[in-house]
Design a protein around this ligand. Structure first.
Ligand code: PMV
Length: 328
């Protein structure tokens, strides 16, 4: 360690979108084509320490104690944006840990980049407001902006504004304590990464324009449902947004098929549960895991039902949590 070294540690949680983001308006700046609305999952965490050191000539990234040069390129590119913003030329050692399986399809990039930007900003004494950290995190991973905030979060497109996207909290986690059960149906890496999948969809799907044009109405409906704490309305809009996104993915050429048979069976079971009065709905991202969102009184029934589906490997359970924050 040399003099002039400065460091900070931050924690952030993954989030899942209830109104989905899929598609980019501008690739260079990683600007999303649609807004999105999510919940931040408190039971799962990424903890990241960033040490800036004048003696370093380049950044080094370690995930769970092992150097990861591939991810290191994205991490370094993300730090470049922050360094440019804060006028720093220092390089860093970055150490990151996830307390949940990275292969569980739980958007570790969202919690990862939210924790990275928050720790690096603190280490450089940037004091950026969360809105700025969110917009920086968004440039590194679209969903990461949402993990800067806790509870119910919306990312809005704000062309012509001070920032091209604005991310903010709609409700704190304790205001409506939903529970999330994640049915893990495969631990393999995903077949097509989200950036490649989005670009292919935009290029080839005949439905892409309809997807973009119909997003603001979903966002308005979900926002109103969250503010009113209307579970039925949120369930209807969230499942519709999820199925619309997967319909869009399927309509790309070649089609993006992220589900397996177990995924589909879980969706049927969750729908059946809701029809029988259990307050639960599903959402699925660019992978085969199923996230069941429910009111606390539904947890036991949902857990039992999903555990009985052949092919469900494990179930993770979490409530909602806070946004990214500095630990030390
Ligand atoms: O943040 P990215 O680039 O990995 O994209 C996330 C895309 C989805 O998870 C499928 C949807 C979303 O809004 O999180």
């Amino acid at each position: 360690m040399s003099s002039g070294e400065s460091h900070a540690t931050a924690v952030a949680h993954p989030n899942i979108a209830l109104v989905k983001y899929w598609g980019k308006a501008a690739v260079e700046d990683n600007l999303p084509a649609v807004g999105s609305l999510s919940i931040t999952l408190g039971g799962l965490s990424t903890t990241t320490t960033v040490r800036f050191d004048p003696a370093l000539e380049h950044d080094r990234f370690f995930l769970s104690g092992r150097e990861d040069p591939t991810m290191g390129h994205r991490v370094s590119a993300c730090l470049d944006r922050l360094r440019a913003r804060l006028g720093s030329g220092l390089h860093a050692v970055i150490e990151s840990e996830n307390d949940f399986p990275t292969a569980a399809g739980l958007a570790s990039s969202a919690s990862g980049f939210a924790a990275l930007v928050t720790a690096a900003d603190a280490a450089l004494r940037g004091n950026l407001p969360p809105e700025d950290r969110a917009d920086l995190a968004r440039q590194c991973s679209g969903s990461a902006a949402r993990s800067v905030f806790g509870g119910f979060v919306e990312l809005r497109l704000t062309p012509g504004g001070p920032r091209p996207t604005e991310t903010s909290q709609l409700l704190p986690p304790e205001a409506w304590p939903l529970e999330v059960l994640v049915a893990v149906t495969s631990t393999g890496p995903k077949e097509t990464g989200s950036t490649e999948g989005m670009l292919r969809t935009e290029r080839t799907s005949p439905y892409y324009r309809a997807w973009v044009e119909s997003s603001p109405a979903d966002l308005a409906g979900a926002r109103a449902a969250v503010v009113a704490r209307d579970f039925e309305a949120l369930a209807e809009i969230s499942e519709a947004s999820c199925l619309k996104m997967h319909g869009l993915m399927l309509s790309a050429r070649p089609g993006l098929l992220y589900w397996n048979g177990t995924t589909l069976e879980c969706l049927h079971r969750i729908r059946k549960l809701r029809r029988s009065g259990v307050p639960v709905f599903f959402t699925v991202d660019a992978g085969p895991q199923v996230k069941a969102v429910c009111l606390p009184e539904g947890v036991e029934r949902v857990r039992a039902e999903l555990a009985a589906v052949p092919g469900v490997l494990r179930i993770l359970e979490t409530g909602l949590g806070e946004g990214a924050r500095v630990l030390r």
